[in-house]
Design a binder for this molecule. Structure first.
Ligand SMILES: [Zn+2]
Length: 277
C-alpha cells in the first residue's frame, strides 16, 4: 500500500520527521507533499487541498492533487473533510466515516486515461471496504468515537451554503453530512483505480441550528475553528492507529477497487461496443 492522505497532519509531520517535497505534474508543481513511513507504510500527506489561504472549492486544483499522487505511485487515498451535520444522529464535533456519497453535479473535471482510452470510473462500492476498515479499526483502537457509516451529500450551490429547504431535502434522502469537496477528488482517484475512503468532522448540526439568523457569527466561527482543530488532531491519531493495527493484523475485508479488465471493452458500464453507438 502506498497511502496518500489529504490532511494538514502537523503532529505526524513534525514527530515522525516527514520530508517536504515538490512534485511536478502536468497541472503545475505541487510543493506541499510531506512523505515518510507510518508503521512501515509509505505515506504521503497532501497538506491541504489548496496551497496558501482559503480558496473557493471550485478553484481547488483537483487534477494537480491527483496527478501528484500519481507521480508518487499512491494507490490508496484517504480524504479528510470538514462538513455540516444533516441528520439527527450527528452533532457538532462528531466524526463520521462515510460509507457512500451522493454527488449529482460538481466541478466536472477528469484526467487523461493511462490506458489511452477514456472510461468512466467504477464506483460500486464507492468507499473502499478495506480502507474503511483501516479507519474504523484506527478509531476503535485509539478510543475515539466515530459514526462508522453515513451518507455524504455533495452540495454545489456556489458561492453559498445550503438553504433550509436543501438541508431538509438531504435529511429526507438519508444524508448524514454535507460538504463541497469530496468530489471530484473521489472520482479522479477512482479513475486511477485507487482505493478511496474518507473521514469527516461535522462543524455543526442542522437540527441544532435550524435558524442561522439566531446564531452569533463570531460564536459560529469560533466553534468551527475548534471543530476543525479537534478533527485534524483525531484524524491523525485514527490514521496512525489504523496503520499500526494493519501492520499487526491484516485487513479482513476484500475489495475490487483496483480491478481492471484487459479485454476489448475494459469498462462494463460505459464502454459499449462502439458499433452499437
Ligand atoms: Zn479497495
Amino acid at each position: 500500500m502506498r497511502l496518500g492522505v489529504v490532511l494538514r497532519a502537523d503532529t505526524i509531520i513534525r514527530d515522525e520527521g516527514f520530508r517536504q517535497r515538490r512534485v511536478v505534474t502536468p497541472y503545475g508543481p505541487v510543493d506541499r507533499v510531506f512523505s515518510g513511513k507510518l508503521s512501515g507504510t509509505e505515506t504521503h500527506f497532501l497538506y491541504g487541498r489548496f496551497p496558501g489561504g482559503r480558496t473557493p472549492s471550485w478553484e481547488i486544483p483537483y487534477q494537480a492533487n491527483q496527478s501528484a499522487f500519481d507521480e508518487l505511485g499512491v494507490d490508496h487515498v484517504i480524504g479528510t473533510f470538514v462538513v455540516g451535520g444533516v441528520d439527527k444522529v450527528v452533532r457538532g464535533g462528531d466524526l463520521v466515516i462515510p460509507h457512500d456519497l451522493v454527488s449529482f453535479s460538481g466541478p466536472q473535471v477528469s484526467l487523461p486515461p493511462t490506458s489511452g482510452r477514456f472510461s468512466n470510473a467504477h464506483v460500486i462500492p464507492s468507499m473502499c471496504p478495506r480502507l474503511r476498515e483501516l479507519l474504523i479499526r484506527g478509531a476503535r483502537e485509539s478510543g475515539i468515537a466515530v459514526h462508522e457509516d453515513g451518507l455524504y451529500f455533495g452540495f454545489y450551490g456556489f458561492a453559498r451554503i445550503e438553504t433550509l429547504a436543501e438541508l431538509e431535502l438531504m435529511d429526507r434522502l438519508g444524508a448524514r453530512i454535507v460538504g463541497q469537496t469530496m468530489d471530484p477528488e473521489f472520482t479522479l482517484a477512482r479513475q486511477r483505480h485507487a482505493h478511496y475512503a474518507a473521514i469527516a468532522v461535522a462543524i455543526d448540526s442542522y437540527h441544532d441550528m435550524r435558524d442561522e439568523s439566531d446564531q452569533d457569527p463570531e460564536e459560529f466561527r469560533a466553534r468551527s475553528r475548534e471543530a476543525i482543530r479537534y478533527g485534524r488532531e483525531r484524524f491523525e491519531r485514527i490514521i496512525a492507529a489504523g496503520l499500526a493495527s494493519v501492520a499487526r493484523e491484516p485487513l479482513a475485508q476484500v475489495c475490487s477497487c483496483a480491478r481492471t479488465s484487459k479485454g476489448k471493452h475494459p469498462d462494463m458500464f460505459a464502454s459499449f461496443p462502439e458499433e452499437l453507438l
